[in-house]
Each structure stands twice: as structure tokens, then as C-alpha cells.
Design a protein around this ligand. Structure first.
Ligand SMILES: [Zn+2]
Length: 69
């Protein structure tokens, strides 16, 4: 496995791996994994997953993978 490092296209700074989550209106959660430049805010989405919480306490992960450019 090779370590892949992303560099911001705008200013050449190192981009950091981040995780963002938000609750959707239908009760599901969306989690986005991305590389983000902390200097200018430029972001490359790597992976996105939707998590559904069931009433019985279980969860369903609907995973969607987005290829990096
Ligand atoms: Zn930048």
C-alpha cells in the first residue's frame, strides 16, 4: 500500500484527511471523507457513506465510494 498525499491545486499546501457528518431530514446520517486544504478550503471528496439507524437499534451502512480525480 502506497501512501498517497494530496496537494492543494490552488496553493500547493498539503491537504488533510477529514471526516464530516450531517443528519439528513429522513433520519439518516451522511458521512463524507475528504481531503481538505486548511489554508483555502479546497476539498476533494474521497468517499461518502449514508448510515440509516433502524428503530430496533441496528444500523445499515449504505456505502458509496467516489473515486478521487
Ligand atoms: Zn489551498
Amino acid at each position: 500500500m502506497t501512501t498517497q498525499q494530496y496537494v492543494c491545486k490552488r496553493d500547493g499546501k498539503t491537504m488533510y484527511f477529514i471526516e464530516e457528518s450531517e443528519k439528513l431530514s429522513n433520519g439518516e446520517y451522511r458521512v463524507v471523507f475528504a481531503y481538505k486544504c486548511l489554508i483555502c478550503g479546497y476539498k476533494i471528496n474521497v468517499e461518502q457513506a449514508v448510515i440509516e439507524k433502524k428503530s430496533n437499534g441496528g444500523i445499515i451502512v449504505k456505502r458509496r465510494i467516489k473515486k478521487s480525480p
